[in-house]
Design a protein around this ligand. Sequence first.
Ligand code: ATP
Length: 354
Amino acid sequence: MSHTFTIAILGGDGIGPEVVAEGLKVLRAVEALLPGVRYRCVEHSVGAGEYLRGGDPLPAATLERLKEADAILLGAMGLPDVRWPSGVEMTPQIDLREKLDLYNGVRPIRLYHEAHSPLKGFGPALRPIDFVIVRENCEGLFSERLTPRPAGRDFETDTMKITRHGAARICREAFKLAQQRRKLCTLVDKANVLPSMAFLRKIFDEVARDFPDVKTEHVYVDAMALFLVQRPHTFDVMVTENMFGDILSDLGAGIIGGMGMAPSADIGDEYAVFQPSHGTAPTIAGKGIANPIATILSVALMLRWLDHPDAQRGAKLIEAAVESVLSDPANRTSDLGGQISTTQMGNLVCQALT
Ligand code: ATP
């Protein structure tokens, strides 16, 4: 008898629906190969488009429906011209992280082919790039972004909030992940300058004592920006606060071919959202050229997370298919310098699933 998982699908705005369509195509192909598990996909409208239609980018009733799903697959949300009266863009994907307490932001960075990387040809041959950024998603420098501010002041502040509870749980997740990988966990902080970061380091060191098999190191965030260009192959799992993780994720994506190559999972104790790390890329939306690999790999992360052997097998099949397709440098979308379209890339991955 097969088990059915309900997946909430949030295509969102810009290229979101285009890349999600390819992710779903791959999900259906995997389902056909591994019938022990079925995926009931239910679409919901969330994002800037939904705001224009109904006045709320993340309606409360939709949020309740999302909580009933086993997992959430999200494309991308927000459009540059659709803003709150305060001037900031709508970011229901960030609201979701906070409302569902998805504190564990998992961002795998893996280079599939040297041809994808702007680091090729720089010094000796590229070594394999394969690390994971674990980003704290619910506090840090984003913590007071929604706090109302008095109008008319001639200053603004944003608070870097690190709590013992928040720091300990994210460090713990990073160490657990490192145990399943190459057993190195790097804390990225700014402990030489900011007391909040010195506090984060203290908690990291405390948690480390429970994982004696994992080697640890501390790297300042500015140095990490340098090292990610100079020696990205030396990292395994790195853990950091919200904003640093946001910035380093884009840098990580940059060295493996761009935003279209970087999947992500935002995981809490009850819920999880899987989405490409990129935004809505409005300048290429509707052209059929967006790279769907980040979304397809996010589907694999989702299957890894769902608790069923056939879902786990499905995740491995997708990852192997992506690896096989991308091992041929002819198989590149335009962001990687190739000519493969969004749907062609989805089809190639489906064909490689065996
Ligand atoms: P956000 O603020 O939501 O992160 P953004 O506009 O800053 O969005 P992205 O939408 O991620 O950033 O786009 C950054 C750059 O990467 C743009 O040049 C965009 O066209 C490109 N890009 C992003 N995703 C893809 C993709 N899947 N395929 C091809 N190019 C992409």
